[in-house]
Design a protein around this ligand. Structure first.
Ligand SMILES: CC(=O)N[C@H]1[C@@H](OP(=O)(O)OP(=O)(O)OC[C@H]2O[C@@H](n3ccc(=O)[nH]c3=O)[C@H](O)[C@@H]2O)O[C@H](CO)[C@@H](O)[C@@H]1O[C@H](C)C(=O)N[C@@H](C)C(=O)N[C@H](CCC(=O)N[C@@H](CCC[C@@H](N)C(=O)O)C(=O)O)C(=O)O
Ligand SMILES: Nc1ncnc2c1ncn2[C@@H]1O[C@H](COP(=O)(O)OP(=O)(O)OP(=O)(O)O)[C@@H](O)[C@H]1O
Ligand SMILES: C[C@@H](N)C(=O)N[C@H](C)C(=O)O
Length: 458
């Protein structure tokens, strides 16, 4: 992580006060939360929804912070302390990370897309770790605050940084890409996430393709070639970066052959290779995610035939197709981190086609931020479920009731239950499960459906 003196920091960001007395103070890492200060940190206070981080500056210093930023418009900065006054603490965080990134000899893989960013980030980091010292976005730190923090956590000797770039509006990916200046840019897919803000899938695709704006000239663009919005958008690309596509279609640079999925994961081969790859994570969509990671690893001279070792120990960030067991012996796929129609259909397909379960139950909640067609998306989701492959449908939330309505148009009524009260759903669900049952739990982050999973486990 970043290690610089106050003297050096003064050259990296615009400072508004005299720091002569603190020139040799050395910072080691950055924190935005005084409750998580590590010795030597630079504390960066933000004004938040509930409180102003400036209230915790002295506490942060007492807890071992070496120095702290202070936003100029906040009155009464404590005197005679290593306090660096700046115009705006968020801008200062971003500029510090931009300049730190440019001082490092690190290569960067930037990942965006509607679904799969975190998964592809984990896969790519695993493959690159076969040969390089790699750091990656932790958790979901992928926005205008999280990504700069990730960059500032990089060590001087890190070879490759794998950075997740998230967005919910136009211009956000361009900002992140120009800050991180990736060598490789991956666009996982175009779904419906953030339709509310962007208005159309075309606009979502355009927003994701902003990742090219900061891409190095001799870099590589990797995208889902099956997605027409991307292949059309990329047909206008006139830059000098290389382009590689992945997908199910054989028109892609990389595509799976002999793909088999089961309850332990998937096995597959790729065009032009004899190696059989084994992916220990559920879902055919994760094979596509793996292909994009493989193209990134190939760019850094890791041969395809060595990549199985990178998949072997793969553990995805939690709540992404996470298989756990409940108290009744039921298997639960905890896919509760987030949901959009594309990702929910992929999860329903997986459960519908997994063999060896006597009973399959879907627990589906609201998919948020879908805009004015949200009811239609949910009703269609309900109609998408196959009553010959799924036994019961439980829904949670206001929009979940639309899923139930859609399901009831093809299921008999006693197989569809809709709830707006989580304890009631849990109670009913517990009476439906045993060791031969498979349960899928999935909804948008805001629904916190992991609480259902936790209730089944505890
Ligand atoms: C700045 C910050 O830390 N915000 C987090 C904080 O928010 P809140 O406003 O509630 O803070 P408070 O008012 O409580 O406190 C103000 C500050 O004071 C600090 N502090 C407080 C108490 C104390 O004793 N000591 C202190 O120092 C405190 O740390 C504050 O800095 O808490 C919320 C709840 O935990 C957090 O959610 C909030 O985090 C914000 C949202 C954030 O952006 N955090 C980033 C680090 C991050 O990357 N978070 C990711 C999620 C990113 C995300 O949503 N990505 C989207 C796509 C991008 C959309 C983009 N348009 C956007 O706006 O995000 C996606 O779909 O993936 C994560 O947490 O996983
Ligand atoms: N290629 C894909 N196609 C469809 N759904 C996917 C794909 N990859 C992952 N998913 C699903 O999308 C959800 C989120 O996965 P992941 O966290 O990897 O994506 P993300 O883009 O980081 O999500 P978010 O933007 O919500 O943080 C999970 O339910 C996962 O199963
Ligand atoms: C935080 C935002 N980017 C997001 O993921 N929204 C989903 C839909 C949610 O919060 O549920």
């Amino acid at each position: 992580m970043i290690r610089r003196t106050v003297h050096q920091i003064q050259k990296m960001i615009k400072v508004e006060n005299d720091l002569a007395a603190f020139q040799d103070v050395s910072i080691d890492g950055v924190s935005i939360d005084s409750r998580k200060i590590a010795p030597g940190n630079l504390f960066i206070p933000f004004k938040g929804e509930h409180s102003d981080g400036h209230r915790f500056v002295e506490d942060a210093l007492k807890k071992g912070a070496a120095a702290t930023l202070w936003q100029k418009d906040v009155p009464n900065p404590p005197a005679n302390l290593p306090i660096i006054v700046v115009e705006d603490t968020l801008t200062a965080l971003q500029e510090l990370s931009r300049n730190y990134r440019n001082e490092l000899d690190v290569k960067v893989v930037g990942i965006t897309g509607s679904n799969g960013k975190t998964t592809v980030k984990d896969m790519t980091a695993n493959l690159l770790s076969l040969k390089y010292k790699v750091q990656k976005t932790e958790g979901n730190y992928n926005n205008h605050i999280g990504m700069p923090l990730t960059i500032l956590s990089l060590y001087e000797d890190t070879d490759i940084a794998v950075l997740e770039m998230g967005m919910s509006g136009r211009g956000e990916i361009e900002f992140l890409s120009k800050l991180a200046r990736p060598d490789v840019a991956i666009i996982t897919n175009i779904g419906e996430s953030h339709l509310q803000d962007l208005g159309s899938r075309e606009a979502i695709a355009a927003a994701k393709m902003e990742i090219i704006e900061g891409l190095k000239k001799n870099g590589l663009i990797i995208y889902l070639g099956d997605e027409l919005l991307l292949s059309e958008g990329m047909s206008n690309y006139t830059g000098s970066a290389e382009i590689k596509t992945f997908g199910r279609l054989s028109t892609n640079d990389l595509y799976p052959v002999e793909l088999e999925t089961n309850q332990n994961g998937s096995t597959f081969k790729i065009n032009g290779e004899e190696t059989e790859f084994s992916l220990p994570v559920l879902g055919g969509h994760n094979v596509l995610n793996a292909l994009s990671a493989m193209l990134a690893a190939q760019f850094f001279q890791i041969p395809f035939h060595e990549m199985n070792n990178g998949f072997a120990g793969l553990k995805l960030t939690n709540m992404r197709m996470e298989l756990v067991e409940g108290k009744n012996g039921e298997k639960i796929i905890n896919d509760a981190y987030n949901a959009s129609p594309t990702s929910m259909k992929v999860a329903v397909d997986l459960v519908s086609n997994l063999p060896d379960y006597e009973r399959k139950i879907l627990v589906l909640g609201d998919m948020l931020e879908l805009g004015e067609k949200e009811n239609e998306f949910h009703f269609e989701m309900g109609k998408y479920i196959n009553p010959e492959k799924v036994d019961y449908v439980f829904t949670f939330g206001r929009l979940g009731e639309e899923i139930a309505a859609g399901a009831r148009s093809i299921f008999t009524a006693e197989r569809v239950f809709s709830f707006t009260d989580k304890p009631a759903l849990i109670e009913r669900l517990k009476n439906c499960t045993n060791e031969e049952t498979l349960v899928l739990v999935k909804a948008s982050r805001g629904m916190k459906l992991e609480e259902v999973v936790n209730a089944l486990i505890e």
